[in-house]
Ligand binder design. Structure first.
Ligand code: SF4
Length: 80
């Protein structure tokens, strides 16, 4: 399991596109769905500043890794 987990994390962290990242979370999320400590795992990921997959989600520096799904064009639409 440990080597598979490492492979999943490497694929997740190397993925550039949002869709690739989402696909990379499918297999580990299935494992996490049956884990009895999923809430504690997510808490620890946040508290420890974890980067990788925990609790079935992707984390970057302890925050859920959602920045890539923001619309980069929308951020530039601000007017003065
Ligand atoms: S919830 Fe955390 S401890 Fe449980 S399988 Fe997922 S990553 Fe591992």
């Amino acid at each position: 399991m440990a080597s598979r987990w490492g492979t999943w994390e490497r694929i997740y962290l190397d993925a550039e596109a949002v869709g690739d990242r989402a696909r990379a979370l499918i297999a580990p999320a299935e494992v996490c769905a049956g884990c009895p400590i999923v809430a504690e795992c997510a808490d620890l990921a946040e508290l420890s500043g974890y980067t990788g997959i925990a609790g079935g989600r992707g984390y970057r520096n302890g925050r859920e890794d959602t920045y890539r799904i923001r619309d980069p064009i929308k951020a530039r639409r601000r007017t003065a």
